[in-house]
Design a binder for this molecule. Structure first.
Ligand SMILES: Cc1cc2nc3c(=O)[nH]c(=O)nc-3n(C[C@H](O)[C@H](O)[C@H](O)COP(=O)(O)O)c2cc1C
Length: 422
């Protein structure tokens, strides 16, 4: 089949997919769903994410022309095959937690102060002895080569140029050595431990050898989540996937550089459902890296994490991809912050799309604030320069609101600067 014909077939199936999503009652009929969830659907998902006519972004020729991060979502949706966009967009069940993660920020207002000298801003933060220019970090996102052939390496170059912390997924499409080289500095290694300790231990040693100072153990991942949007997206994509990646779990693992050279014959899952808190101690004993737990959303678990010696926490619900709780991370953050009493850093991610979102999370006690999907949107739209533009926009927006609200430094952004909407 010629390139033109296969591109036009792809465009056709993408159009059909978008039309399907627009007509889907769960996605397009907020009236069926009461309260804030209904509003969330109306204002974001149905009205924006799946409305093909809403395409001011179509005229964007280069990454620096985008006015906000959301425009990259529209560009990514057009650039990616349906199955890949659906892989990125999906949550679980009704995707409600995905939407609410961002929507919840609309229910927090900022209390700005006036006549404060904000001519010079200091937006830096310190994490485990390293000072970062901004509190904005790149979350681990798996398989980024489906968005751009350079995948995580392009993200690393963007992180290097813009001076941001990058976390690298266990199931990244690039090796930690290549990513570290592209970043020009160590990255934090995210860990899906698998059910095989020998493999886990080998991955930990490899991360240590690559200079990674922090191991981020993701505790909210269960295999076989009910990713309905992803499944539906595949129906609209009749390309032969095996041309690029092997089918099945074993093939998936074989395709990931983190497992190169390891005996993967005993791996059945990325996360073993029999894990308990003892596993945290096991990891602590196995490494000299700092250990951060990603996926904590309650006071109770934050307290246990502290007792078990965790060095940090990421308040996260995996971007709504684990379970549909309807509990946005910004609502989980205050209880986790209260539980740890400043003893360890508390990072947060989920639904961050604006500098004001970052400001609000910092006001509610986050030490640093991360984002997942927007890096993939930027990457899909413009490669490395798209990721750089996303970072630039978020930092610019954060610094703007810091000035407007009268906060000279991140330390100044306290709870007094936010109030729930009436
Ligand atoms: C496509 C995709 C892949 C992801 N892969 C991983 C992963 O490999 N490891 C992990 O800990 N989290 C993973 N996450 C979750 C992100 O690290 C992060 O918690 C989440 O994306 C934040 O929400 P946001 O996308 O709304 O910004 C992934 C998220 C997406 C969207």
């Amino acid at each position: 089949m010629s390139v033109t014909r296969s591109a036009s077939r792809l465009a056709d199936s993408r159009r059909t997919f978008l039309r399907y999503l627009a007509l889907s009652p769960a996605l397009a009929s907020p009236l069926l769903i009461p309260g804030s969830l209904g509003k969330a659907l109306a204002s974001t998902w149905a009205a924006r994410a799946f409305d093909e006519s809403d395409s001011g972004a179509e005229s964007i020729q280069s990454a620096d022309q985008a006015v906000n991060v959301m425009e990259f979502e529209e560009l990514a949706r057009k650039a990616l095959p349906p199955a890949h966009f659906a892989y990125l967009a999906t949550g679980v069940d009704d995707d409600a937690t995905v939407r609410l993660n961002h929507e919840a920020y609309q229910h927090i207002e900022i209390r700005s102060r006036r006549l404060i000298d904000v001519a010079k801003l200091d937006s830096s933060v310190e994490l485990f002895g390293t000072r970062w220019e901004t509190p904005i970090f790149l979350c681990p996102v798996s398989s980024m080569r489906v968005f751009d052939p350079e995948g995580e390496v392009a993200v690393a170059r963007a992180a290097a140029n813009k001076h941001h912390l990058q976390m690298l997924s266990t199931v990244a499409g690039a090796s930690i050595e290549d990513v570290t080289k592209a970043r020009g500095a160590p990255v934090w290694q995210q860990l899906y431990p698998t059910n095989d300790w020998a493999v886990t231990r080998a991955m930990i040693k490899r991360a240590e050898a690559a200079g990674s100072p922090v191991l981020v153990f993701t505790v909210d991942h269960m295999d076989n989540a009910n990713n309905e949007t992803q499944t539906r997206g595949r129906r609209f994509d009749d390309r032969d996937c095996s041309a690029c990646h092997e089918k099945g779990f074993a093939g998936y693992v074989r395709g990931k550089p983190a497992f190169d050279g390891l005996d993967i014959s005993k791996i059945r899952a990325l996360y073993d459902p029999s894990f308990t808190w003892d596993y945290v101690k096991r990891l602590k004993d196995a490494t000299r890296m700092k250990l951060v737990l990603k996926g904590i959303v309650t006071r109770e678990d934050a307290e246990i994490a502290l007792e078990q010696g965790a060095d940090g926490i990421v308040v996260s619900n995996h971007g709504g991809r684990g379970e549909d709780t309807l509990r946005p991370t910004i609502e989980c953050l205050p209880e986790v912050v209260a539980a740890v009493k400043g003893k360890i850093p508390v990072l947060v991610d989920g639904g961050i799309r604006r500098g004001t979102d970052i400001f609000k999370a910092l006001a509610l006690g986050a030490t640093a604030v991360g984002f997942g999907r927007p890096q993939a949107w930027g990457l899909a739209a413009f490669g490395q320069s798209g990721v750089e533009a996303v970072l630039t926009i978020l930092r610019r927006e954060l610094e703007k609101i810091m000035r407007q609200a009268g906060t000279q430094s991140i330390r100044d952004i306290t709870r007094a600067f936010v109030i729930p909407s009436a």
